[in-house]
Design a binder for this molecule. Sequence first.
Ligand code: SF4
Ligand code: SF4
Length: 166
Amino acid sequence: MSQRDQQKLFECLVERESERLKRRILHADRAGDDRWRQISFLYRVADGFSRRVFAGSFCHTEMSWTAGCSTGRCCKCRPDVFAYEKQVLDLLPKRIDDSGFCPFFNLAKRTCGVYGVRPFACRIYYNFAAAGYYCQNPNDATMQVFDGVKRHLERILGPYAGGYLP
Ligand code: SF4
Ligand code: SF4
């Protein structure tokens, strides 16, 4: 199969998984009436999405599932957060500097310093193109995953609060 066909196939997988992600978020109340259960359900759903798309993404070439990404370029940003996530992150120790990296990125280890409680947007962020350039400049496929679920997440995580600022 040519590289182009492989990329097409992968794009179909991402599209299918994005739809599945959206459907599961819409049914988050099946996890129970309790909001905390629903939040934990959302993060599990995001991690499931992540596991299924990882192998075909560019990230697969740059990172290991256990040690993280070797460059961490996508963490040179202010991560997208919802009101609930902002409240959680506000409580955690953070770095304040002018590196341009997320205040929770561990510059020495090149890993996320809040991995277990990282925002939903970080959990589903992957480079779905074929070059490192798109790590910091997400292509349409990457953008569409988050855009497709944003308003549904607000129901549980509270209003979208934009890029995190301490
Ligand atoms: S998007 Fe790029 S920088 Fe971010 S984890 Fe994937 S390969 Fe690494
Ligand atoms: S919260 Fe973690 S994964 Fe998200 S941008 Fe910051 S360091 Fe990266």
